[in-house]
Design a protein. Structure first.
Lengths: 217, 220, 214
């Protein structure tokens, strides 16, 4: 990541139109991609959990959600800083920002449901449902907002053209960020495994030899 | 027993209870009228901007009324432990869920029948079949989603906080398409037919998803 | 053949252990009482036996079938009276039972029989919310027998019933395997030859004709 940081500041040329602030772009978009990646983990974990109640799947989903919230928050904050500098407004209701905000809200809902439901099976089940609906909802929202803007045409604001040096930097940063996200998920997974063991909410069904209860006199 | 008959029995039971106690509909209707009044004063509506503001107020009122209506469907059952009694029968949980969702939608539709004429009356916007159709089609999908999360939230703490948080992100597509549909029906630019077909698509998508998810949310 | 075999039933609510490794075996036609103080885990155990709740770990077999894998099939076998009546207050007693007949997929003629068995025929038209606690309890019991279950699970059914509780329950239980949770030792002794005692979620074992000396 440090190398990526150096690359961002020294290697990539300054964007002609936007100035140095444009460099936020690398991290901002990488964060967004990492966040979506995490969301995919949450989805996969959720689906697998609902199919066969695997506690490991649920742990992955949990970890993915937490790391995802972090990256989504970073994406949103950076986006807002950049927007203020470049467009003069902190927020715009276009498709991307809206769906990223929705993503954040869904993650927040996911984590809250986990916390508030009965720990163990119920929390895992409910959260899995939230994760699955959320995953489908984000593209639907994106699509809806895009559709809405076709009904109400306005100025197009995001310009994605990139000269090759910037592209290289960007890809590298993205790779580093995704790796960072994966590492964070792995670390979180370990933590969650320890938490599960301590609280023992997911004991596998033990098959004991049936014993006759002892009589009490 | 045939799941349709189960759903019908459950819906009938809910509607009969509501008819006898009249708890939900009057409160919602009153809320909706108030929302319209506040909208009028808050937005300084006059004959020129009425058509552009009215759809927003409509959806605002509908969303909040919906949250209350669907939230109550499962909250009341929970308090009386009657949901568990229903789940203890051989009846399919999805059918039970469908019955409750249908009943809750009907209650909301009764309120819509109050709201839409009132909207026309207060804001001078046209009251057409197009508007009604848009609202009804959207209600179907919103009801399925609202009831699913209401069922989830009924068993969890802090339900008043959690229900809007979970439901609103899923209702956004309906509000966008529905808002557009109503705007078009009231004469503003935009395609009504596209909006309606989007609403129908959303309905189908979320009805399928909800019926698949219902058993995970209701059953232990 | 054993009607019910429970093996190592454990249930945790968060980090709290409501039930700890409870075993029990019930033969067809047996009546068993479950005794224990409040908080000992009676309701949790009964809910698990009624397949209303899945234990955190352990196995349950009812009528030879895996209780949680075959829950839908077992619904016909089981009649459960929960701690709370779970009735619809705005509906009459009769309407409540008719509704559950529909859900249970049994003929509505059973409603009259059930009402007669629990002695509520005279108030069948009254709204469930207006009935006394004892009558509501009876109605809940009536509901549990609509489908003529082979296995009855009763959670403190006597709590609000009057003096004739024992007779009513004896009549219900006589040809059905029963698990009955209660605080009333005398009732337990009278109705149930076997008793399981729970304490802090643990089974202290079962005994026949338990005598509690205080």
């Amino acid at each position: 990541m440090l190398i990526a940081g150096a690359a961002i500041f020294f290697y990539a040329p300054t964007d002609y139109l936007q100035g140095p602030v444009q460099r936020i772009f690398y991290l901002h978009v990488s964060s967004a991609i990492a966040a979506f990646g995490c969301f995919a983990v949450v989805l996969a974990g959720g689906v697998i959990y609902l199919r066969n109640e695997s506690p490991a799947a649920d742990r992955f989903a949990r970890s993915g959600a937490l790391v995802g919230v972090v990256f989504t928050t970073v994406t949103l904050v950076m986006g807002m800083l950049w927007a203020k500098t470049v467009w003069g407004a902190f927020w715009v209701w276009d498709a991307r920002l809206t769906s990223t905000l929705v993503l954040w809200i869904i993650y927040a809902g996911y984590l809250l449901v986990r916390r508030l439901a009965d720990p163990g099976r119920q929390a895992a089940r409910f959260a899995a449902v939230v994760g699955i609906f959320g995953f489908i909802d984000v593209p639907v929202v994106h699509f809806s907002v895009t559709w809405w803007t076709t009904q109400h045409p306005g100025p197009v604001i995001i310009n994605d053209a990139l000269p090759p040096q910037m592209l290289a930097t960007f890809l590298f940063t993205m790779a580093c960020t995704v790796v960072l996200a994966a590492v964070m998920i792995a670390i979180r997974y370990q933590i969650e495994t320890l938490v599960d063991e301590r609280e023992q909410v997911f004991e596998p069904a033990k098959v004991l030899v049936a014993r006759e209860p002892e009589p009490v006199q | 027993m045939n799941p349709f008959r189960v759903a019908l029995a459950v819906a009938r039971k809910d509607l009969r209870s509501e008819w006898r106690t009249r708890e939900v509909v009057p409160a919602l209707a009153q809320f909706i009228i108030l929302a319209l009044l506040i909208g009028n004063f808050g937005f300084q509506v006059d004959s020129r901007n009425a058509a552009s503001i009215a759809p927003g107020i409509l959806w605002l009122a509908l969303v909040f009324a919906g949250l209350v209506a669907f939230g109550r469907t499962f909250a009341a059952e929970r308090e009386q432990a009657s949901l568990e009694a229903m789940l203890m029968t051989p009846a399919s949980p999805v059918a039970i869920f469908a019955g409750k969702a249908v009943a809750a939608s009907l209650l909301l539709i009764v309120c819509e029948a109050v709201m839409l004429p009132a909207l026309s009356l207060f804001f001078g916007t046209p009251f057409s079949a197009d508007v009604v159709a848009a609202v009804l089609i959207a209600t179907v999908g919103m009801a399925a989603l609202g009831c699913l999360f209401a069922a989830m939230v009924a068993r969890v703490r802090a339900r008043e906080l959690l229900l809007p948080l979970l439901t609103l992100p899923l209702w956004i597509p309906f509000i966008i398409a529905g808002g557009q549909a109503v705007q078009s029906a009231m004469g503003l630019p935009g395609s009504y037919s596209e909006a309606i077909s989007l609403l129908i698509d959303f309905d189908i998508l979320f009805l399928v998803l909800t019926s698949l998810a219902a058993r995970f949310v209701l059953d232990e | 053949m054993s009607m019910l075999v429970a093996d190592g039933l454990t249930h945790r609510f968060g980090s709290e252990r409501a039930l700890d490794n409870v075993d029990l075996v019930l033969d067809t036609g047996e009546h068993m009482a479950v005794l224990g103080d409040n908080g000992a885990g009676k309701t949790t155990l009964l809910r698990i036996l009624a397949t209303a709740l899945r234990p955190t770990s352990g196995r349950l077999t009812i009528a030879g079938l895996d209780a949680f894998g075959e829950r839908r099939r077992l619904r016909h076998y089981l009649g459960y009276v929960a701690h709370a009546p779970g009735l619809y207050p705005a509906l009459s007693a009769r309407e409540n039972l008719e509704f559950f007949c529909d859900l249970q997929d049994v003929d509505r003629s059973r409603v009259d029989e059930a009402l007669a068995t629990v002695g509520l025929t005279s108030v069948s038209h009254r709204r469930a919310g207006e009935l006394s606690r004892g009558m509501q309890q009876r109605l809940a019991i009536g509901r549990a027998i609509l489908h003529d279950p082979r296995l009855l699970i009763l959670d403190e059914p006597d709590a609000s019933l009057g003096a004739d509780a024992a007779d009513l329950l004896a009549g219900l239980m006589h040809d059905r395997t029963t698990v009955l949770a209660t605080h009333d030792h005398a009732l337990a002794n009278r109705l149930c030859p076997r008793t399981l005692v729970l304490r802090h979620g643990r089974s202290l074992g079962t005994a026949t004709h338990l005598r509690v000396v205080r």
